[in-house]
Design a protein around this ligand. Sequence first.
Ligand SMILES: [Zn+2]
Ligand SMILES: [Zn+2]
Length: 540
Amino acid sequence: MRIGVAAVVVGLLATASVHSGLPAKGFALEIPTQPLAGCQYLLARFARLGPLCGSQRVQNHDSASHSGPAQTEITDEQLEAASLGRTVAVGSPSGERRIVRIPLEVYVARVLAGEGEPNAPDAARQALAVAIRTYTLVQMGRHRREGFDLCDTVHCQVLRTANDNSRRAALATAHRVLTINGAPAEVFYSASCGGRSEGAAQVWPGATFPYMQVVKDDDVHQEDMPWTLDLTLDELRQALARAGFGGGPLRDIKVDRYNASGRVERLGISGMRPDEVTGPAFREALGTTRIRSTAFTLAREGTRVRFTGRGYGHGVGMCVIGAGRRARRGESFEAILTQYYPNLRLTDLATGVVAPRERVPPPVEAASASGVLVSVPRDSKVSARDLERLAIAARESLSRVLGISPSPVTVELHESLDNFRLEVRKPWWVSAAVTGTTIDLAPAALLAQREGMETTLRTAMAELMMSPALADRPMWVKVGGARYFSSAPQPPASSSAVTCPADAELNLAISAVAQREAEGRAVRCFARAIARTGDWRLVK
Ligand SMILES: [Zn+2]
Ligand SMILES: [Zn+2]
């Protein structure tokens, strides 16, 4: 049977840890911490343009061209005028709660100063400026709970002092963004695609970014040297065990499936539990600077395994190495953007109609005396009052069952699946996510098709309330415990034969079905353990 979103009773991935294979943020560039063969990298985060294989001569030529009189002295006033009245409220998530409101183009110039490689050709820097501006609009309001739009850390975008190059690139591309269906698109970057970019859905199953498709980029990668890595089966087993895989020893490893872009979609790891892993999760487990991309082949000889691959990074969206090379051979920033984002439109905010992506502010009545802060979409069928009532009821009954006093909780019901996914970075089958004292819920219509809002909220609430006491326990205790206390009919405690799932079975499940099966075992394990201990705090 084919599994559709609506047909699946979807499990709650009850963990606050970031699901492997999903980016920590939408715009993260995976940056090498060691040089690629023949290339020099600037060690940096985000989209600092680093890879400069064989480009020394061109760089010098390029930087010489920067000193022309027409290219100097762009002021903040000029950038502010080009911002069309748009501003970004930037705050720090911790420490002093200082919030600064910055004109959009000044903000772009400042982010670009931190992220752009100093000698990048103008066109590559301009393409990056457009992407930063687009990312900014998409993420606007991400921190509205704290009273600002974007933070100044790597969680959002880091700001530096703007320089001539970054101001010029911001002004040259001012108020131009990448759109899909009239709204700013979420854009991605990767260090090097190795010859073919990756479709977003391949890296993030269920990702709703249909415009991020496989793009051929061979013409700028012809001289790339492949990377290689040699590991023993035991070294591989150790890395997988650290990532939460159970079982062992690792008896064999092989690629089960390649996808359309030639990247590893799934590997068989016989002897481990689970015995399958997606390419991106495998790369994450081994270390993204060791397995530089999932565009690899492997060959086993006895207990040794040799990986040989192309490219660096997840490969989705703009290829930073490729963009630099294209700029050096004279391509414009428009041509570069068209190459890597063929399905997106370059839209001018001054003349084009761009639908706002601003997130919905929390309703005024949300801050109640109950200590439950709720936020619902505008025009939501579920009112803030209804959601608050559900949350309070769940918290009160759980606090009795668990013997915990109620503490403040924030519950946000998201208006769209995209919006929810942007916030929580979890696979598509996840309905709720708990982060600290906050619960993010998938859209109400989706919850109705799955387990229902009440059950989903109650499970998430149980996870939230139990998590401080269970912080050092395996995943199955947290997931199983949350489900055990959320479901009305409790599962029989007699299932003595059940094997408790390894962490990776719960947080690196390769499908919704596998996830649900592992969660089923987690709750049976929990039921068996609590029947013995009599106290949920002692389950381990
Ligand atoms: Zn942030
Ligand atoms: Zn490329």
